[in-house]
Design a protein around this ligand. Structure first.
Ligand code: RB5
Length: 152
């Protein structure tokens, strides 16, 4: 059984609550990193926590939801171990697994409806990584470093 940690901000709270039962159905053990109501919060606080947990290996995967998904994906992709994919459509969700081995799914709670989000989650949770040339490309991510450092 794979483990998954899910977090949002206030703008993603309702979608987070709506998809939690589906994740259990899909055989994930889940931890809800919050928030636990719709009170206004800062998305980097929750994005950092979820990303840190996945980057550190405490969870296999993560899901982050804010209003657009943009802020959360910006935060999550600052961690070198994280491959966060902002997917507000089904095709992106499938390809983010097949080609990018995305370990965090990000969605916009103000962009998509609950039923589409459930299909996205289902596809993302069940689509395997193809490896091969896509793995070689992901290896090259390690060349991303501070702009004041020399690349070889
Ligand atoms: C909150 O109002 C909103 O800015 C946030 O949920 C997110 O969309 C940021 O990218």
């Amino acid at each position: 059984m794979q483990s998954l940690i899910i977090g949002s901000d206030h703008a993603g709270y309702l979608l987070k609550e709506a998809i939690k039962p589906l994740l259990s159905e899909l055989d994930y053990t889940i931890e809800d990193a919050g928030p636990h109501d719709e009170e206004s919060v800062d998305y980097p606080d929750f994005g950092n926590h979820v990303s840190r947990m996945v980057a550190g290996g405490k969870f296999d995967r993560g899901i982050l939801i804010c209003g657009t998904g943009i802020g959360m994906s910006m935060v999550a992709n600052r961690y070198p171990e994280i491959r966060a994919a902002l997917c507000n459509d089904l095709f992106s969700a499938i390809m983010s697994r097949r080609h990018n081995d995305a370990n965090i799914l990000v969605m916009g709670g103000r962009v998509i409806g609950i039923e589409l989000a459930k299909e996205i989650v289902r596809a993302w949770a069940t689509t395997p990584f193809e490896g091969g040339r896509h793995a070689d490309r992901i290896e090259k991510f390690s060349k991303c470093q501070r702009s004041d450092q020399k690349t070889e």
